[in-house]
Design a protein around this ligand. Structure first.
Ligand code: ZN
Ligand code: ZN
Length: 262
C-alpha cells in the first residue's frame, strides 16, 4: 500500500483569502485535506477538497471515500460531474447518512448522483469492508455533524496499517486505539493553540494535547489539516521544531508513504 498525501491544510487551504496572518503573508501554500491510497488494485481518493485537482494531477481515481459533509472535504467532487471529467458510476463510498444527504439534501451535488457520475456505496461506520484488496475500517469520530456523520479511516493490508483522521472534536478511546494500532497515523493538527482564534474554544484537540496523549506511542504520528493560523504550517517556526523534537512530524503536501507488502 502506498499513500500519497495530496493536501495538508484545513478545508480552505493556505493561504486564506485576503489574510495577513504570519503563514499567509509568508507565502506558505498548503492544499485542502486529502490523500490518495494506492493498493495493488486501486487508487482510492480519500476526500475531495475544492482544490484537489491541483494536487491529484493526472492520476486515475478508481473510487472515492468521504469522511464527512463539510464542503472543504467534498467540494471537489464537482470535477467528476458534467462540467468536468463526467465520470460514469465512479464508486463513492460514504456512510448511509452522508449518502442520503448527497442524494436528497444537497441540491448542488445531487446532480452527480442523479446523472450517475457517482454510484453511492454506503458503508456502516465501525464495520470494516474490503476495498481494492485492502481492509478499510471507518472509525466514527465526534465532529460538528449538521448534515451527516463523520468518520476517519484505518487502511489495513496484511499486518501493516495507516490511520487518517483529519477532523475530530476530541480524542475518543476508539480513535486513539486506531492510531495506536497503526504503523503511521495522519491526524487532526488544525490548531497549535486556541490563541490562534482569539482564545475561543474551537472543538479540535490542540497539537500539544495530542502530543501529550501519544507521547511514547510507537506509531509514526503526523499532523495534518492545518489551519492557516497554525505556526507548524511553516517549518521555520519554533512550534514546528517542538513537534519534531518531541518525536512527532508535520506532514507535507505530496509526501509519500509506502507500507510493507506493496
Ligand atoms: Zn476539515
Ligand atoms: Zn492566514
Amino acid at each position: 500500500m502506498r499513500i500519497r498525501v495530496l493536501g495538508t491544510a484545513q478545508d480552505e487551504g493556505i493561504p486564506r483569502l485576503d489574510c495577513e496572518c504570519n503563514q499567509c503573508s509568508a507565502g506558505i501554500v498548503r492544499h485542502g485535506p486529502a490523500i490518495a491510497v494506492e493498493s495493488n488494485e486501486k487508487t482510492i481518493l480519500v476526500d475531495a477538497p475544492p482544490d484537489v485537482k491541483q494536487t491529484i494531477g493526472l492520476t486515475t481515481v478508481d473510487c472515492i471515500l468521504l469522511t464527512h459533509a463539510h464542503v472543504g472535504h467534498y467540494g471537489g467532487l464537482f470535477y467528476f460531474g458534467r462540467e468536468g471529467y463526467d465520470a460514469e458510476r465512479k464508486p463513492l463510498h460514504c456512510s448511509e447518512r452522508m449518502a442520503t444527504w448527497l442524494r436528497d439534501g444537497n441540491k448542488a451535488y445531487h446532480h452527480l448522483v442523479a446523472r450517475e457520475n457517482v454510484e453511492l456505496c454506503p458503508f456502516v461506520p465501525d464495520e470494516p469492508f474490503e476495498l481494492g484488496g485492502l481492509t478499510c475500517h471507518p472509525i466514527s469520530v465526534p465532529h460538528r455533524n449538521e448534515d451527516a456523520d463523520t468518520v476517519g479511516f484505518r487502511f489495513e493490508e496484511n499486518d501493516s496499517s495507516l490511520t487518517y483522521i483529519p477532523d475530530i472534536d476530541y480524542w475518543t478511546q476508539k480513535a486513539e486505539r486506531a492510531v495506536r494500532k497503526s504503523d503511521i497515523a495522519l491526524v487532526d493538527g488544525t490548531f497549535y493553540s486556541m490563541a490562534e482564534v482569539g482564545g475561543r474554544n474551537v472543538p479540535h484537540p490542540t497539537i500539544p494535547e495530542t502530543m501529550e496523549r501519544f507521547e511514547g506511542c510507537e506509531t509514526d504520528l503526523y499532523f495534518t489539516h492545518l489551519n492557516h493560523t497554525n505556526p507548524v504550517a511553516d517549518s521555520s517556526t519554533p512550534e514546528y521544531r517542538t513537534v519534531v523534537e518531541r518525536g512527532f512530524e508535520v506532514v507535507s503536501d505530496l509526501q509519500v508513504f509506502s507500507l510493507k507488502y506493496v
